[in-house]
Design a protein around this ligand. Sequence first.
Ligand SMILES: [Zn+2]
Length: 87
Amino acid sequence: MTGKEVSPADHPDKVIRKVLKELRQAGWKLHKEGHWGRLYCGCGCLTIPVPGTPKSGEQAAHRIRWQARSCPLPEDDPRRRPGDARR
Ligand SMILES: [Zn+2]
């Protein structure tokens, strides 16, 4: 893990800020790295790059959210948001 921890509030795109905040609450860590930052999941299995100036914030936010679902934390893990990814 490299770089300092950064706050989701520092991201220039508001849609991405929202996703970053949600993931932070779910136990993900956000670090200054690469073009803007990188997300690290709570169990350490996954990292997701976060672009600073994507062409489409919505699309980047969607991709981040989608990638975050591959983290296999159990559904009852307190680091996961209640009701998330449940059908
Ligand atoms: Zn994980």
